[in-house]
Design a protein around this ligand. Sequence first.
Ligand code: GLA
Length: 385
Amino acid sequence: MSLKEEIKRVFKKKFQAEPIIIRSPGRINIIGEHTDYNEGFVLSAAIDKAAYIAASLRDDDEIHIVAMDLNEYFSVKLSDLKPVGDISWPNYILGSAAQFIKRGVKLPGFNIVLSSDVPIGAGLSSSAAVECATVFALNELLKTNIDRLAMVQMAQKAEHEYAGVMCGIMDQFASMMGKKDYVIKLDCRSLEYEYVPFKLERIKVLLLNTNVKHSLASSEYNTRRKECEMAVEWVRENVQGVNSLRNVNEEMLDKYVLPKDKLIDKRSRYVVQEIERLVEGCNDLQKGDLAELGKKMFATHDGLSKMYEVSCKELDWLVDKVRDYTNVIGARMMGGGFGGCTINLVKENAIEEFVASLKSAYEKEMELPLTWYVASIENGTEIIA
Ligand code: GLA
């Protein structure tokens, strides 16, 4: 039975109602990490792993949610809607529902069954997938006609307000706006975007999961944001019109940030370099020069590891190991950091042998399993039944 059929069966049994079913994917990001909240660019895409939500409205003011994979159940009255502390997963749904109320929509109770094959804690945005699926489902059921970009922003706010992570817009944007076989070059300042073809000849996107859960991620993430804001403030005291690191160059950092604080300089210099690197990397991709793009991915990893300091020994190990493999075009850690996956562009026919040799070495050295997925690029959030 497909996930779609299974979720529908569970829904009907539990709620005796006919649901709509929404699929909303996880995401990858080729290059441009920790740039979104600094008003830079990202080059991300939706993938074939997704969250699935079956949903229907209720006649009362209660929210009922079944997390099918966890075999857990949660319910709350709309009048008691607030972030929950002891378990995290309901927050993605509750936070998304709360956005409708904030827009002045009269929200009735609703039922949801959730299932997802986006691995949790792997840096593939399993939470954004659930948020986008929920916003999309409620928009359909309530016939509120909210456009996709506004739904992206609602899903992002759910993460800020209910999950407490002050994330940028990349994850929700990629999940909602993804297009099969294209990556999205998103300008996170203007929110203008361009679909760039990403159908590579005999090269695949291989994700290697360290299986280190990124538990440090949310507190350190918010700290990095503050460090970047500090740098902006110091430059702004001296240069007019600077609102974000997007407006800052390395000479400004030399003059106004480095003399004040080496750590803040290191953090913000990584971001300034990464914004530039993405623009060049995207040009490489459009010219078909994958070798150059690959080199930039390694450079991004080095910056994330040594300057932004959001890597961990397992991620570093995986990237270092593949540097000399001629079949690997580029590799780096992906997402917020402190665990999760590396993204690797690898020649298709080398994948099996490559993974087999890495897996045994990794598992021996790190005493953790190494799991892997070949990701294909798929459409964003959609109604499937
Ligand atoms: C997380 C956040 C994104 C982005 C990345 C780092 O995935 O949710 O907004 O900042 O980290 O690029």
